[in-house]
Design a binder for this molecule. Structure first.
Ligand code: PRP
Length: 178
């Protein structure tokens, strides 16, 4: 196991993304759509960096299940219950990898006619993209490697770690490492 990004480094990236959003939207109202479950910690920290009027809703989408490999089959497990028509929407993701999840979600939301639709991600694995989708706001850009912590899981564990670790299947971290 190797720590890739400390909680201090993560906080710097979250702050920088928040500043960009504040700058772009000024006093316009925005709706954050938080993609569960992985984005929960990122969204909780990001929304406290924002100084424009903010509302928040959640959607749950999954394509990995308990696997470390994307099935490519995006399942909407908890649908959105907010009417987003005419609103400035920002999708909040923890990570974009193949892009399958975001592409499906983006098209799903686009059909609901928001005034604007942007993508925000803490981690962008640009080189692993299998479909064309780009983040409007991205924090950490990294290459390959399965990562856990700060919302990211392996079989639903390790989301509560406050740093991000590169997974070594032979040496898994414990929650006590947080
Ligand atoms: C993760 C992550 C993104 C998606 C990115 O979700 O939160 O939504 O995978 O991968 P992709 O770009 O290859 O589609 P996951 O399906 O693991 O669900 P979770 O957030 O509940 O852990």
């Amino acid at each position: 196991m190797k720590q890739l990004y400390s909680k201090e480094v993560i906080a710097e990236h979250v702050k920088a993304i928040g500043q960009q959003i504040n700058c772009d939207y000024q006093n316009e109202e925005i709706l954050l759509i938080v993609v569960l479950k992985g984005s929960m910690l990122f969204a909780a920290d990001l929304c406290r960096e924002l100084n424009c009027p903010v509302t928040i809703d959640f959607i749950r989408v999954s394509s990995y299940g308990d696997s470390t490999v994307s099935s490519g089959n995006v399942v909407f497990k908890v649908p959105l219950d907010t009417d987003i028509k005419g609103k400035n929407v920002i999708i909040v993701e923890d990570i974009i990898d193949t892009g399958n999840t975001l592409r499906a979600l983006y098209h799903h939301l686009e059909e609901k006619q928001p005034a604007s639709l942007k993508i925000c991600t803490l981690i962008d694995k640009k080189k692993r993209r299998k479909v064309e989708i780009e983040a409007d706001y991205a924090g950490i850009v990294m290459d390959d490697g399965f990562i856990i912590g700060y919302g990211l899981d392996l079989g639903e564990r390790y989301r509560n770690l406050d740093a991000i670790y590169l997974l070594d299947p032979n040496n898994l971290p414990t929650e006590g490492d947080a």
